[in-house]
Design a protein around this ligand. Structure first.
Ligand SMILES: Cc1cc2nc3c(=O)[nH]c(=O)nc-3n(C[C@H](O)[C@H](O)[C@H](O)COP(=O)(O)OP(=O)(O)OC[C@H]3O[C@@H](n4cnc5c(N)ncnc54)[C@H](O)[C@@H]3O)c2cc1C
Length: 372
């Protein structure tokens, strides 16, 4: 094949998970370009952080762990996290000479020559003995479907395109979703909007007190069990609950976080609950229906793992997820998913990068250095 290069390992994605993996490869003797390459289809450093909305300041980001080997110090909490983290990742890539190639879009990974994996991109192919897929979730926003959705005359958008609260000035906004993004959007938008309504499928669970290490381990174990069974991973909030911080307390007290059950249908002018559903407490019409007029529906309904490029390898189980043991795909030991399921957090991604490299070294029969 034309323009096919051979390397030991291809890392797809240069977010926290991909950079952590690249760091551990480098640290254990793999040379960039000769032994491994990191491919990323985004325009600049920062992983998904580069796309996050300007009002998500660094001070609002909780529990962001630094990448291995280089702390993130002295960041201004009032600065946009997209800028702070993109700058930090940029410095990190240079400091460890990781030579990320971008923008390079990995379209497919398939069986290649001599037991290698063929990683195909518009910029040519790489034949690798192992693959670290660290593609995150940002590229696959999840939009649920509801009857009447296509008839809505207002604007619908997903968290992935949230522009910040000013864009909703004077508008009636329905926010869908019970995660951290949904609550943050509501708290930000409410002072600008003419009205806000919050709907979630399940009643949100608020978590009192600090999220200690034991609770963290328990949450990770729950997601781990799902991916071990080949089920799609669940979001972190679905297992940890929403932290009851001061902003949330205030939102609950002043009614901004007055959660309503999920509506049944979308109409041209808003959303509607029918008689059969558990109706919101207030505002019922005599027939038992309830409507809320809306100019905007904001879907804060999460993301799914971006693993379509792996489709030719047929790693998905009938349950819809990729079964992994640690980070290794059970169906193909050459493939590691880092930042997937239980490692989909900044600390999880750090650890998973290290674990994947350790495993790949064994697969490629490279010695583990004594200090590792
Ligand atoms: C709004 C929001 C706030 C969050 N806040 C926190 C927090 O405070 N603390 C925390 O621990 N976690 C937080 N998380 C989760 C956290 O962002 C992730 O767990 C972690 O940063 C994800 O890193 P990643 O490397 O797995 O993915 P990403 O950062 O998404 O990186 C994936 C990279 O892969 C690239 N890519 C994808 N597909 C391809 C392809 N086919 N070809 C080439 N490149 C590709 C993308 O361009 C991207 O650069 C938050 C998530 C969201 C959505």
């Amino acid at each position: 094949m034309n323009n096919m290069r051979e390397v030991e390992v291809v890392v797809v994605g240069a977010g926290q998970a991909g950079l952590s993996s690249a760091y551990h490869l480098r640290r254990t003797g793999f040379e960039p370009d000769r032994d491994f390459v990191v491919l990323d289809h985004s325009p600049g450093p920062g992983g998904a952080w580069q796309f996050r909305w300007p009002s998500l300041t660094y001070g609002k980001v909780h529990g962001m762990h630094a990448l291995p080997g280089m702390e993130l110090v002295g960041a201004d909490p009032a600065r946009a996290s997209s800028e702070v983290i993109s700058d930090y990742f940029d410095r990190y890539e240079q400091r460890f000479d990781l030579r990320v190639r971008r923008p390079v879009d990995v379209r497919t990974v398939r069986e290649g020559p001599d037991g290698r994996l063929l990683v195909e991109t518009p910029d040519g192919s790489w034949a690798a003995r192992a693959l670290i897929s660290a593609t995150g979730t940002w590229d696959r926003p999840f939009w649920p479907r509801y009857p009447g959705q296509e008839t809505f005359r207002g604007r619908q958008l997903h968290t992935a395109r949230y522009p910040g609260p000013e864009a909703f000035a004077g508008q009636r906004v329905v926010v869908v979703g019970g995660g951290a993004s949904g609550t943050q959007h509501l708290l930000e938008i409410a002072p600008y909007a003419a009205a806000t309504t919050w709907v979630t499928r399940r009643p949100p669970v608020f978590r009192e007190g600090p999220f200690d290490e034991e609770a963290g381990r328990a949450a990770v174990a729950l997601v781990e069990e799902r991916v071990r069974q080949g089920l799609p991973p669940r979001s972190v909030v679905s297992v940890t609950g929403l932290p009851l911080n001061d902003a949330i307390r205030e939102g609950l007290a002043n009614g901004v976080l007055d959660r309503q059950p999920m509506f049944d249908r979308i109409t041209p002018d808003g959303v509607e609950w029918t008689r059969r559903s558990p109706l919101p407490e207030h505002g019922r019409e005599p027939g038992g229906r309830r409507r809320v007029a809306a100019d905007v529906i904001l879907w804060a309904t999460g993301f799914r793992p971006a693993v379509d490029h792996l489709a030719p390898l047929r790693l998905r189980e009938s349950g819809g997820g990729v079964r992994v043991d640690g980070t290794r795909a059970v169906a193909d030991p050459r493939v590691h998913l880092v930042g997937y399921g239980p490692s989909a957090s900044t600390i999880g991604a750090n650890r998973a990068g290290r674990a994947a490299v350790r495993d790949i070294r064994r697969l490629l029969a490279r010695e583990e250095p004594a200090a590792a």
